[in-house]
Design a protein around this ligand. Sequence first.
Ligand code: SF4
Ligand code: SF4
Ligand code: F3S
Length: 429
Amino acid sequence: MPEVYNWQLGRKMLYPYEERHPKWQFAFVFNINRCLACQTCSMADKSTWLFSKGQEYMWWNNVETKPYGGYPQFYDVKITQLIEQVNPGGQVWNVRVGRKHHAPYGVFEGMTIFDAGAKVGQAAIGYIPTDQEWRFVNIYEDTATSMRALVEGIDKTGFSRDEPWRMTGSSLPEHETFFFYLQRICNHCTYPGCLAACPRKAIYKRPEDGIVLIDQNRCRGYKKCVEQCPFKKPMYRGTTRVSEKCIACYPRIEGKDPLTGGEPMETRCMAACVGKIRMQSLVRIGEDGLWAEDRWHPLYFAIRVEQVALPLYPQWGTEPNGFYIPPRWSPRGYARQMFGPGVDNAIEKYLVPSRELLAVLQLWRASQQIIFRYDVIPGPKVFETQIHGKRFEMYNDTVLGFNKSGKEVARIQVEEPIYVRPAERVTWL
Ligand code: SF4
Ligand code: SF4
Ligand code: F3S
């Protein structure tokens, strides 16, 4: 099997196909700290693409409550357990390896879904969820749990105290009882499990933007994609007998929506986000297949420079292109198992943001057009304090966002304007 380089693992790994990269890559950052689980994103997606017969159970976008929730139920616990059955006790990160540009989180020394798949004669290790597991998309919504329940092994998700890699270093005892929302769409992975699995070669990654699609004419409904996508994002449709998945709203990315006059536009689920937690863009891929350095690109800045946003389950090896600002209140051990060893740095950066990061974070949901570049106009200092013993200064800078053609599409100040209702309009008198 060929070897490919996975920057999130800091090393090469097995993959059924030779390394090949698109020119641009669809990518996004979800800020978990801001999500209110209103499910507007889920409904925007549902009402756009998923309202037909046979699609009733499909949610290409879903928001699940961790640690109990999941769609399909327990998908992440099951995948993790399947890999650990093949590689017991070996799922570890070596964070002592210098955090070089191409190995920002250290080196993962365990097995990916592809490594584990090779051991059992499959492209990737996986399973097909039962109908029951697909049935309740919001099961355990808003259900909190405590670290004690998890550590004592009485947790219903199957996380057990015997796996120190997954539970070590939990802290924040004042927040023992916790939950957080996890927003999920297809990650349009660099090394998709779905694509690797399909015996019909019906799945392809578009060279122009890295969007992963199922060719509806080639698909014969073998469901290997459903089995071997660890995120469980391809879904089988009984009425057509083929599988479907998130299409990254590609007509909008192509600028086909009349609203933007030909400019790339964010997807439906991103544009609908009430909590302003979502930011999506396209990142340029260099000759070497890695993200080309692009200092003034908001996603490059958040993910590669500040490293405040992290991939979901990077250890599975698909190199997902969806990134998350991890929840600051989650026990650290739990967050690390989900987002890798970069969690502590990311939360620290988010809690005490640099002047530039604070400005750039204002761009989340600032425009329906995709932002490819930002700039910051300095403003006056308006506030200072200490956070966790660190000095924090807030400046009322103005951040600008530019679309693909370089036109300004967003201009926002860090300090949100306060509008005081005039006395004659006060309603409580
Ligand atoms: Fe394929 Fe799943 Fe990755 Fe999407 S998240 S590209 S469906 S492996
Ligand atoms: Fe649905 Fe588009 Fe969001 Fe994919 S990107 S989940 S197709 S709204
Ligand atoms: Fe291939 Fe999945 Fe269809 S495995 S044939 S794309 S159901």
